[in-house]
Ligand binder design. Structure first.
Ligand code: SAM
Length: 258
């Protein structure tokens, strides 16, 4: 099939069988599971996973890919393709049973961070997520406090999920090769979540703290908390945001919501 790769849809198709096999064994799909793929493209990981799972739902924005995917899947299993923008799709509505969803995909890199924030809204419906992303984004997701890549994305994903960096993938495993290296990550939403009394306020504090990354939290949070209030949470007001753990951000949010 002659498909012209669409840059605007972040189309870099995987063709490396070693990587495809590693992805399949990381996900270890089983028959009957609620598997949802984001961006199946030409089916590089869709078909091997469908072979094992027999049934799968995929969300694809590019209409020109849908018919060829249906044809490829015909002899393999039941592939349901939803033509939609994954940034606005209601994941909960894609479930065909009460079971939690297993979301996976080689995500379009240009929108990977907003996609993750969107999927996190459906965390109560999700068993796990496996994504191929830019290495730099996976590094940020999984970074511990004190690391130079630790930031808003790290705190917000680690608040909701256990994040595991699984392996790296070179540029030449894709066609066309992307400009950056990639990594594969597993995110498992916590059954018992951390407890911020007001999650909106928590997210707001994290946002403000990292908006001015180089400033001390006394300065960046000055409109939300005084230095004395920060101190009373057992946190130094002169600390920089990248040194604060998720728990410490929760403490600040819970103090401020009292
Ligand atoms: N899974 C395929 C593979 O590994 O070869 C394709 C991966 S490619 C990096 C990203 C895929 O996501 C493309 O098929 C692209 O058309 C699709 N895509 C891009 N933006 C999307 C969006 N907003 N919603 C759903 N799919 C999207």
């Amino acid at each position: 099939m002659n498909h012209k790769h669409k840059k605007r849809f972040g189309q870099n198709f995987l063709h490396d069988n070693n990587v495809i096999n590693k992805i399949v064994s990381s996900i270890t799909p089983k028959e009957g599971e609620e598997l949802i793929e984001i961006g199946p493209g030409q089916g590089a990981i869709t078909m091997p996973l469908l072979t094992k799972a027999k049934k799968l739902t995929a969300v694809e924005i590019d209409t020109s890919l849908i018919e060829p995917l249906q044809q490829k899947a015909a002899d393999i299993g039941e592939l349901k393709i939803v033509q939609a923008d994954a940034l606005t799709v209601n994941l909960a509505e894609l479930a065909t049973s009460e079971d939690k969803l297993r979301i996976f995909g080689n995500l379009p890199y240009n929108i990977s961070t907003p996609l993750i924030f969107h999927f996190l809204k459906f965390r109560h419906h999700i068993a796990d997520m496996h994504f191929m992303l830019q290495k730099e984004v996976v590094d940020r997701i999984a970074a511990p406090p004190g690391n130079k890549t630790y930031g808003r994305l790290s705190v917000m994903t680690q608040y909701y999920c256990k994040a595991e960096h699984l392996f790296d993938i070179g540029r030449n495993s894709f066609y066309p090769p992307p400009k950056v290296e990639s990594s594969f990550v597993r995110l498992i939403p916590f059954a018992r979540e951390h407890k911020a009394n007001d999650e909106e306020l928590f997210a707001n504090i994290v946002l403000h703290a990292f908006n001015q990354r180089r400033k001390t939290i006394r300065n960046s949070l000055s409109r939300l908390l005084t230095a004395e209030q920060i101190e009373s949470c057992n946190i130094s007001p002169t600390a920089r945001p990248e040194t604060l753990s998720v728990e410490e951000f929760i403490r600040l949010a819970n103090f401020s919501s009292k």
